[in-house]
Design a protein around this ligand. Structure first.
Ligand SMILES: [Zn+2]
Length: 269
């Protein structure tokens, strides 16, 4: 069994607890066949016209990467996320049938980007493929900052115990002198995404993290180091058979992408 990082679930306070993913598997299953960002057609003809995002910059961060598991030393290198030192990146989790979180986040991020671009937004992804290593969480934040993102979203799915179900948003906790200016806007972004995701996908609020699917953390480099409004979403729990079935379904992932695009658009317009 590969030792997989429990994605956002393990918020252990000491370095090397849950988050220092032991990338011991031989690369993990390549669950996403068909060339990654296969994106189905836009919504049906006659659907509600989408609002314009002209001039808006959106950074989408697909969590983890397909090459992480095979590059343990690179990925486990410690980086400074202000509140602690932690692994540069992690392998992420996977479903019991081997659908990997990195493949899920890559697919959903590309589907979401396609929708947002069609509305006129400039969309930047923090990685360009699903076979590489990293980037480190520090760099993932820096990409949003450098591009002056109007909104940034980090896409994940969780690896919590079976029976833990549903989705949640992670908002930045205040790290004084670092992310002070994004707390309020990130809260608004989080609310918009929570409501759009809940409505658009029908996924229930998490029964194990946060309050009404809203959690706040100060141990994530991607949030501590961001100077732009940013949240994470844990789209569901890959270890729960019910959630996993949904997350593994391409049609459901298109629903997820549309919901995320709606939430970002609600926040930005
Ligand atoms: Zn993750």
């Amino acid at each position: 069994m590969p030792a997989l990082a429990a994605c956002g679930f393990a918020s252990g306070s000491s370095v090397g607890s849950g988050e220092a993913a032991a990338a011991s598997s031989g690369g993990g299953p390549a669950a996403s066949t068909g060339g990654g960002p296969a994106v189905s057609a836009e919504g049906p003809a006659g659907s509600v016209p989408r609002r314009s995002l002209d001039g808006k910059v959106i950074v989408i961060d697909p969590g983890h990467n397909g090459g992480n598991a095979a590059h343990a030393s690179e990925v486990n290198r410690l980086v400074n996320v202000i509140t602690e030192r932690k692994a540069c990146d992690t392998t992420g989790t996977e479903t019991r049938s081997g659908y990997a979180e990195h493949a899920f986040t890559w697919d959903v991020s590309n589907r979401t980007a396609k929708i947002l671009k069609s509305q006129g937004a400039k969309v930047v992804l923090t990685r360009g493929n699903d076979t590489g290593v990293g980037p480190c969480v520090t760099e993932r934040a820096a990409i949003g900052n450098k591009n002056k993102a109007d909104a940034a979203l980090s896409v994940h799915a969780d690896g919590a115990p079976k029976g833990d179900r549903g989705f949640h948003i992670i908002e930045p906790g205040l790290v004084k002198g670092h992310n002070d200016k994004i707390i309020s806007d990130s809260r608004k972004l989080g609310l918009a995404l929570r409501d759009a995701y809940h409505t658009g996908t029908g996924m229930p609020f998490s029964n194990y993290r946060g309050t009404k699917a809203l959690d706040v953390r100060d141990d994530l480099g991607g949030l501590n180091l961001s100077t732009r409004p940013k949240v994470f979403i844990e789209c569901g729990n890959m270890q729960d058979p019910g959630d996993a079935a949904k997350l593994s379904d391409p049609e459901f992932r298109q629903k997820i992408a549309e919901a995320l695009a709606d939430g970002l658009t609600d926040y930005l317009t």
